[in-house]
Design a protein. Sequence first.
Length: 526
Amino acid sequence: MSKLDRLDDEEGLTIAFVGQYSAGKSTIISTLTGLDDIEIGQGVVTDEPSVYEWKEGVRIVDTPGIYADRPKHDEMSLRYMDEADLLVYVATVNGLDKIIGENFRELAIEQGRAGKMMLTLNKRATEPGSNVTGWKESLRPVVKPLDFDDLRLTIIDAEEYLEAQEDEEFGAELQKLSHFEEFVDELNAFVEERGLHGRLLSQLNVVETTIDDTLKQVGATSEDVRLIQEHLRRNAVAVRESRGKIEQKIEATARELETSVLQKGRELAREIDADTNQDDLKDENRLTVKEIKSEARELNRELENFIVDEVNNLQDELETLAQSDLAEAIQVRLNSSDPDLESNEPAEEVSPPDSAGETLRGAGDFLRARSFSDASQAGLKAVSGSDVHSVVKNVGHWVGHKFKPWQAVKIADKIGKAGKALGALGALLGPALDLWNEWQAQKREKQLQEARDSVRDQYRRFAEGMAEEYEEVKEKVFGELHDPELEAIREESDALANIQEQKDDRLEELNRLRDRAQDLISQLQP
């Protein structure tokens, strides 16, 4: 029975809970259904999709989390994203990181599922409730051009709601803080308003996916193409995951140092008053800069070690892939006189006119250079710890040279001296100058505040400068390590894709149908 036949035979609506692993999908479903035999906990606890009855006419599917280093989980989740009438995408309040964010955008926007999707952030109790605005702001670039109303964004804590049911003293308060009842109301409204709409979208999603799958099957002109494409895909996944880990570490390092610099700037600014001694303040600033330099060196050393370790791990993973059964099968086929390599003639329309056999042999040469040969020094295999050190070592090297915030407080020193002189003169001349002295005091305090603001601003600009340097580190690391490898893989993958013969009438018809399905999906978006 086809997917469409199954959808036609099913009665009622199906809601699939999908998204980040360990985000609490199973906990939410347990809370919704009242079932206490659903396994919940930290880490990956859902291995297979499970279907539960929520209320009359509505089923809930608990899917495995995505990107948990378990490709089978991703495949099962994607299947239910197609077949479910509605989707609840669940992540934690820590936000959608780069990898999860890209997955969300691909599903909601690029693949046109936003019309049947609701977004929920769980585990809000792990962060202060005052962070709601920050959570939303971090999400805004990810969901753009959609807005939170389109996605019915809710921010909840399902575990806190469960605890509230057992806490007689604070249960009502915990229940309110969990915002879970708001989520239930929103989900009910979602079912009511988008249920039929989602059912139509699910049919179109299945049509689109089925056409895509058929296109891939028609486009596979030989077993060699399929094997090499899979090997390239696995290599690309390994490189992208490594790239993501390093990017997160660089960004975390930059945030930690930026926070420290801003705090030190605020502390130094508080030292400025009418009695400020210029030399003492300069000494304090020199000490502060020294502390920042020391902290930067330590953080950079940690970052450098992390990058070296991660690149070594990636090399090991690529080597493991090179020794896999798949790689061995490719080697055997490429080293044999397989007639498939000689019989694949180019389509008349394909340009340039390289034969499919030449393309396959070129891809084989690429794989040998990248991983099959232990003696290879191509790509990431040529990277050493000294290369990484040269990229990271200069972050913050200009501390103490261009950065001189004590210059901003010279005026404060003069203001303090002038204030003292005016105070003495006022004591001699009597109450007639009280008004004048009060005005001068206000003016003096205003100038002192401006000096404080200037110091804080210079520290802020200093922090921003260091953040920009870390961005340059990121570009340098990826530009020298990961991106060339990914680009080489992409080029080989594209070359393989181009050997597909496009003159087949079936391909043309399938592409036309796919475009039509995508047009209909686009028309059904919010």
